[in-house]
Write a protein that binds this ligand. Structure first.
Ligand code: 5GP
Ligand code: ZN
Length: 114
């Protein structure tokens, strides 16, 4: 999508702190980190939210989870533990409408989330 901020990051049109990228996925550090490690993992394809997911995205979503696990290993937070969050639409607090997984780690998480 031409005017989407996250699409622009993935196309390298706007600089950001890139952590990982491949043919289908792109990951970068959150500008307002909520934990010592806070990385956003996105599909290169513009999908607005999990609520817009279609059957053809099943493989892609599995790949995004693998990317989360791989980044967590590389960042050294896998053994201690981390949280993956996928805020979906308004009530969940989604603020950017390009599907993104939050990878949060480096501190103890609390439950239930706010
Ligand atoms: P959401 O609230 O939609 O689940 O998450 C959106 C996330 O995108 C937020 O954690 C926010 O800090 C992050 N974000 C918003 N604008 C930018 C930006 O310009 N650069 C980066 N790196 N992260 C951003
Ligand atoms: Zn987009």
């Amino acid at each position: 999508m031409s005017d989407c901020l996250f699409c622009k990051f993935a196309r390298h049109e706007i600089p950001t702190q890139v952590v990982y990228e491949d043919e289908h996925a792109f990951a970068f550090r959150d500008i307002n980190p909520q934990a010592p490690t806070h990385i956003l993992i996105i599909p290169r394809e513009h999908i607005e939210s999990l609520a817009a997911m279609q059957p053809e995205h099943e493989g892609l979503m599995g790949h995004l989870l693998w990317v989360c696990a791989e980044i967590a290993r590389r960042e050294g937070i896998a053994d201690e533990g981390y949280r993956v969050v996928l805020n979906t639409n308004r009530a969940a607090g989604q603020s950017v409408y390009h599907l993104h997984l939050h990878l949060l780690g480096g501190r103890t998480m609390h439950w239930p989330p706010g």
